[in-house]
Design a protein around this ligand. Structure first.
Ligand SMILES: Cc1ncc(COP(=O)(O)O)c(C=O)c1O
Length: 440
């Protein structure tokens, strides 16, 4: 029967007694997605260019991984719900994958399968939020999903700096000063996004000793463990678990270039049973009961992915990354508003200081990135999104042709916005260009 119109409800009727949860807005406000997509809002996109970085030219995954997923689908064995901690074979395969250099080997039951590394971050933070006054130490710059989830779970965020002049080592004095009796954990990102460094054995040992001194757990985010192309080897933090408990987070998103597959893990390196004693393991298992399990298909495929991917796949990709770093440094010589203090040896980014003093009418990193998207359809992450003002992050995990196009667009943007030479003060700072030459 047709409505007479009087039954229609209105948004502003006073009868409605529900409203949105403001806490989600506070947490989402600091996410990378919110900030980057916010830049698109005022874009006109009338420059006729496709948006970069594209997904079409990024590195491809290996056929072994694709085959493993196809076989899992065809097997018909992965159509039901998986157990909350993950299926045994996947947990066993991740333990084997991580065990290489660990003095105390992980057992399958020390591993939990998650929906990518991000879900592992969410679960570990929720599990440590028992004390209402809890705080967590996060790196600056860092990966904002930690901040967002801590805010969402009511855990206070405290920052410690990474030091550009010391290979982005952790400022351990600042870290110690930031901690107090309510500090639950420190987060370490190694290999490091966005700085592109890899921590030495000695530095990691100092971090473990500091964690022991402070009585806190180390959360080691090793999601980029397969994206290492410098001289320095990657050292897993789990090696130091006899000094302080370590929760290792990882996934196949970066190494296998399949972030959309959403499969990752959390491994408990705690041979002394400290986390169990504190009830953290129980909390992790409870949290896993509360959330949807990651796809059974991907869990079924995971052992084959981890065991059958040839080392040459990573070697080839990392060699290409190294070439991309060299190409980037070459091209940055002509873009003097950007300065990279350290050649990355891992991950797929360049972390660059932005010098707004050589640019006309660019206020800061966010302004730079917003205008760049609008004029060139080129997306860079503004440093503020990762905790550092007047830095920017460029993605370089792409084919050479696209990377050249990235720098062509950056150069055009710079040429249009460069301050005229006469306007640069004599006796001022050395130009960024001079500084770039100094570090190559
Ligand atoms: C340091 C760090 N941790 C975790 C993640 C998320 O990984 P995943 O895609 O497996 O959830 C990212 C993604 O960029 C990252 O940079």
């Amino acid at each position: 029967m047709a409505s007479n119109g009087n039954d229609n409800c209105k948004a502003n009727d006073s009868v409605w007694q529900f409203k949105g949860n403001g806490a989600t807005s506070d947490a989402a406000a600091v996410t990378l997605r919110k900030l980057v997509f916010g830049m698109f809002k005022n874009c006109k996109f009338n420059n006729g260019k496709t948006i970069l970085p594209s997904t079409t030219h990024s590195f491809k995954t290996c056929p072994e991984a694709e085959e493993a997923v196809a076989a899992a689908v065809r097997s018909g064995m992965a159509n039901s719900y998986a157990p909350s901690p993950g299926i045994f074979n996947a947990r066993r395969a991740v333990a084997d994958y991580l065990n290489g250099e660990l003095p105390t080997k992980l057992r399958p039951e020390d591993v939990y399968i998650t929906g990518g590394c991000n879900q592992a971050i969410e679960i570990v933070i929720d599990s440590l939020a028992g004390n209402p006054a809890a705080n967590i130490l996060l790196p600056n710059p860092g990966y904002p999903h930690y901040d967002a989830r801590a805010i969402y779970s009511g855990v206070e965020v405290r920052k410690y700096d990474l030091l550009p002049e010391r290979d982005f080592e952790i400022d351990l004095d600042a870290l110690e000063a930031a901690a107090d009796k309510n500090t639950a954990a420190l987060v370490l990102i190694n290999p490091n996004n966005p700085c592109g460094n890899v921590y030495t054995y000695d530095h990691l040992k100092k971090v473990a000793k500091m964690a022991r001194k402070l009585g806190i757990v180390v959360i080691s985010d090793e999601v980029y463990d397969q994206v290492v192309y410098g001289e320095r080897p990657f050292v897993p933090m789990g090696i130091f678990a006899s000094i302080a408990p370590v929760i290792t987070l990882g996934s196949i998103s970066k190494g296998w270039v399949v972030p959309g597959w959403r499969i990752g893990w959390m491994a408990i390196n705690d041979s002394n049973g400290i986390l169990k004693q504190a009830g953290v393991i129980q909390s992790i298992e409870d949290c896993l009961d509360l959330t949807p399990q990651p796809s059974f298909i991907l869990q079924e495929a995971l052992p084959e992915i981890l065991e059958k991917t040839p080392k040459e796949y990573f070697a080839k990709k990392n060699k290409a990354m190294k070439r991309n770093v060299e190409l980037s440094f070459e091209r940055l010589r002509d873009i003097p508003c950007l300065f990279c203090p350290k050649k990355p040896e891992s991950c797929s980014y360049l972390w660059l200081r932005l010098d707004t003093s050589v640019l006309d009418n660019i206020e800061n990193d966010l302004d730079f990135c917003t205008k760049l998207v609008s004029e060139e359809s080129l997306v860079l992450v503004p440093g503020v999104a990762l905790g550092a003002k007047n830095w920017v992050r460029i993605s370089i995990g792409t084919e050479e042709s696209e990377l050249q196009e990235t720098y062509d667009r950056l150069k055009s943007f710079y040429d249009r916005h460069a301050i005229s030479k006469e306007a640069i003060k004599p006796n001022g700072h050395p130009t960024v260009n001079q500084r770039v030459v100094a570090v190559i």
